[in-house]
Structure formats: C-alpha cells, structure tokens
Design a binder for this molecule. Sequence first.
Ligand code: PAF
Length: 282
Amino acid sequence: MPAVVRTVAELRAATAAAGTVALVPTMGALHDGHASLMRHARPLADTLVVSIFVNPTQFAPGEDLDAYPRTFEADLERCAAEGVDVVFAPTVEQMYPHGLEDQITVDPGPRATLLEGAQRPTHFRGVLTVVAKLFSLVRPDVAVFGEKDYQQLSLVRLMARELCLGVEVVGCPTVREADGLAMSSRNRYLSGSDRERAAAISAALRAGVDAGPDGPEAVLHAAEKVLADAGIDPDYLVLTSPDLGPAQPGREARLLVAARVGQPRLLDNCAVSLGNPADGGK
Ligand code: PAF
C-alpha cells in the first residue's frame, strides 16, 4: 500500500529521500484513465506521488463541488495496484491555510478565457493555483496530466514554462470505453439512454478526423452532423491549432467539443491532420 499523507509536514517527511519525483495530480474518483496516467508516470522517476484533492476553487457556486464523487478507499486500492509510493490527500485547510478569500492566485491569461473558460470564467484560475501549490509542495521533476482535459494540459504546460517552475509536464492519451466514450469521473452520472447517446461525442471526433484531408470546414461539418443526428447540441465544437490558436489548413489541428448529455457536461478532443483544399486537398 502507498504511504497516505495528509499534511504538508507528513508529505515532506515521506519525500525527503525520494530521489526524482513524478506527480499525478487528481481529484480522486479514480478510473482506468487515471490508472494509465500512473502507469505512464511510474517509470519516469524514483518516487511516484498521486495527489487526491477535490479543489474547491475550481468549482463556481452552483457547480457540483459537494456532489463530486469521493471514493477514497477504492482510490487507494487503485494506487496500490499501480505501484504508487505516496498518496497526498490533504484537507482544504492544509491546501488553503489562510482561507479561500484574500488569496494570491495564478492569473491564467488569455488562453483561459476560451472554450471552457468562456463557460466557466473562474475555473482555470482555481486549477492553475492549486496545481502551482501542488508543484511547490511535492516538488516533482515531472507531472503527468491527461489529454482529455486538453485546455487544462495546455495551460499547465504554459504556466510551468512562463513561471519557470522547473517541472516537465507530460500529456497522456485519453483512455476510452469500448464505444469510444472518454473516461471521466462524471460518466457515472449518465443514465441508460444518455449513456448510449454520449458515444456520439467521440464518434463526432472520429468523423472529423476522417474528414481532415478535406480541410477545416469539412471537419466541422462532419462532426456537427454526428452530434445533430444524436440530438446533442454542443456548448462548443471548435477546430484550433495544437496550442488553441486558429487552425491552419495543411497543419496538425485539435478538434475540441463540450456538450451536456443528460446531467453531466462531457469534454473530449483529438488531433486532426488537416489537408489544404486550396492546394487540392488530400
Ligand atoms: O484534472 C483534475 O483532476 C484537476 O483539475 C486537477 C489537475 C487535479 C487540479 O485540481
């Protein structure tokens, strides 16, 4: 079993002679997607730390902070199975000892105003602030994040670079259910028919990838059609460059989608190779 540490002092003691450290930050409710992050991180350092902390500052009032699934005992079993050395599971008081008001926070910059940030204006300030705190506390050499939350991964990378945090940020491919649905802690809130419909989100991305050689408009058109056929009205469906700028014909791009299916709001994204119709496409 991993050592379970709940305070900063215990964390310091548990990592004092740790050698190199890899960190997988999580909010718990661990699933196969998290297990793949741990598996990816395990060989990257001497000591593997997983943090489990449901961070209140990345939830806006009215979002699902209280309802967010908490499955600590099962999470520990999963960490043990993946060879995790230390589970850091702090309280809110340990992470925010001076309270949630009057804080110094990380300004996530303009990239955080797009996509998820347009829907959830305070979200990335909370995410980057807690990730910066976790980096300061755990002092990892490398930190591993999932590509499923692509904008989050992009912003964490940018923060590590811009604030010279000395942490290598590694992204891991999304792990999917057999029908393509991206694994997420919130999938458990999908009811029967919505669970079936939710597969259309990844199907839309695949249709977009297939249309890639025909250029950006064809990608969006193909993906929109799959969503519309499943009765899904996305919050956004966009094609960007890999760093979330404008997509360029003839280049690698990223197709990102967010949509509410029944109760949960689902996110997914994938890489697309764009042809350039102006050059005859394909
Ligand atoms: O992706 C998550 O689970 C969270 O946003 C993170 C990175 C652990 C920060 O709370």
